[in-house]
Design a protein around this ligand. Structure first.
Ligand SMILES: Cc1cc2nc3c(=O)[nH]c(=O)nc-3n(C[C@H](O)[C@H](O)[C@H](O)COP(=O)(O)OP(=O)(O)OC[C@H]3O[C@@H](n4cnc5c(N)ncnc54)[C@H](O)[C@@H]3O)c2cc1C
Length: 456
């Protein structure tokens, strides 16, 4: 008789798992049922800011595989608008509610894949009945915001609360739609995923785009008029607005798992082994934004909710469920984003992370250009490196620049992944021609500067 795989969550991690498992086991061997409470499967949440801005015109363009494709190509029984509300590990069944009819179904499983993603942080002040307050976690959230933007009277002002990369991308998206945008951040700088000196460059670029950045400001509440949000109340006074976007970060969506008795780690994410098996619970797997993983530099468990990890982890889980062998090797915190024309990349540890992990280190900032200085289109680029003292091992890197900056972080990520020292890096055989780099690539310039700092 065929085994039964139940997948909870129909996006990156869940459907990557299902598709990989199917590639290795046919229907006679493995029946696959996937529950997704939303209206879409396998969509790119990462593309939401570009859909909101209008750069990507249609939501459909963000969908990699719809339920029909999953059914036809992979023989996966996708149940959209079904929310799993309970997991019974003893009976080995899940209970799901059909969100359209209100009906309840129970489905048995032999293998369970938990891939529920993350939940956006929503403080008490954001729990309002007033219309015009949006998260941007799912395509359904994006649809609600798009409708609000197109509605009559069209909103003219927006407040984005939270200056993480999603808040920053959303601020840009709303400016591009012609709104007057204020970004409220309780820290000293937006973009705290990079060190403050690098984040300052991001803040400058946003101000250049016309975003009113208010840092060191705490939101205390929302006020409304006629059932619509009218202002964001802060400890520095009210900010009138026609809409609010929440970008306050996310935490692993593990309430269901916790209720079922699955193990959570210190970050609140599910604890999994390298093959994505939930620790100590046979037949139960997890991947994506709901799990914690190992940081390869600090050695600490971390929650890094990124699509790149969700896809890889789902693939690993699916290969293993399919009878193969694969492992997820951990993360080093590589991420890229853009703010207007400014590209931002980071990998490894920031200074504060290196301190918290107990490293002795030096950090250097090197100014360079994206191309040979004389070549048309050469733009400034700032590279920051953090290297262990005295070993010289690269611990972290950040890049901010106007063009061809973001993907240079990949060179640094590879160096970091392979535990290279900055001294080793100065000898790297990187490509050079005037349209692509100065004769000393910005990465090499920074590595040389780090070597000098270590020698002092
Ligand atoms: C605006 C935005 C921009 C982003 N940009 C980037 C980027 O540039 N690069 C990057 O690497 N990452 C980016 N990310 C992060 C990336 O989208 C996530 O890391 C990725 O989607 C995680 O995949 P997942 O499958 O773990 O979770 P999700 O994509 O969140 O999918 C989980 C799914 O489970 C469903 N679900 C939850 N609970 C239940 C339940 N009980 N029953 C049924 N269904 C349930 C949810 O509806 C959801 O569809 C971005 C995210 C957002 C929101």
């Amino acid at each position: 008789m065929a085994e039964r795989l139940i997948v909870i969550g129909g996006d990156a991690a869940g459907m990557a798992t299902a598709a990989q498992a199917r590639r290795r086991r046919d229907r006679q061997d493995l029946e696959i049922v996937a529950f997704e409470r939303g209206h879409f499967t396998s969509y790119s949440a990462c593309g939401i800011p570009y859909w909101i801005s209008g750069l990507v015109p249609e939501a459909e363009q963000l969908i990699a595989r719809d339920p029909a494709t999953h059914r036809e190509k992979y023989d996966i029984d996708v149940r959209l608008r079904h929310e799993v509300v309970a997991i019974d590990l003893d009976r080995r069944e899940v209970t799901a509610v059909d969100l359209e009819s209100g009906g309840e179904v129970r489905e048995p499983f032999d293998i369970l894949m938990y891939a529920t993603g993350a939940v956006p942080t929503k403080p008490d002040w954001a729990r309002t009945e007033a219309a015009g307050v949006f998260g941007v976690q799912t395509l359904d959230d994006g649809s609600a915001l798009r409708e609000w933007l197109d509605r009559d009277p069209q909103p003219r002002r927006a407040v984005v609360v939270g200056g993480g990369y999603i808040g920053v991308e959303m601020a840009e998206a709303l400016v591009r739609r012609g709104l007057s945008v204020t970004l409220v951040e309780r820290g000293e700088q937006p973009m705290s995923t990079v060190d403050p000196d690098m984040a300052g460059l991001v803040a400058d670029a946003m101000r250049g785009l016309g975003v009113d950045i208010r840092t060191g400001v705490q939101v205390t509440g929302l006020s409304e008029r006629d059932g619509r949000v009218a202002a964001v109340e802060t400890d520095a006074g009210p900010i009138p607005t026609d809409l609010v976007v929440l970008g306050l970060g996310v935490r692993p969506n593990t309430a269901l798992a916790e209720a079922a008795g699955l193990p959570l780690g210190p970050t609140g994410g599910l604890r999994v082994d390298r093959r994505m098996r939930v620790l100590g619970v046979p037949g139960v797997w997890a991947a994506g934004d709901c799990v914690e993983t190992l940081h390869r530099v600090s050695g600490m468990p971390v929650h890094v909710p990124l699509g790149t990890h969700a896809n890889k982890q789902g693939r690993v889980a699916g290969i293993n469920i399919g009878g193969g062998y694969a492992t997820f090797a951990g993360v080093i915190g590589t991420a890229v984003t853009k703010v207007c024309d400014l590209e931002v990349g980071r990998t490894g540890l920031r200074e504060q992370d290196a301190q918290a992990a107990g490293f002795e280190f030096v950090s250097v900032i090197a100014e360079s250009t994206s191309r040979a200085g004389y070549y048309p289109g050469a733009r400034p680029m700032t590279v920051k490196l953090i290297a262990e003292r005295p070993s010289g091992r690269l611990l972290g890197a950040q890049i901010v620049g106007l063009s061809e900056a973001a993907k240079r972080i990949d060179t640094l990520a590879v160096a970091l992944w392979n535990r290279m020292t900055v001294d080793d890096m100065t000898a790297l055989d990187l490509g050079y021609a005037p349209p692509y780099a100065p004769v000393w690539d910005p990465v090499l310039v920074a590595a040389r500067k780090a070597v000098e700092a270590l020698a002092r």
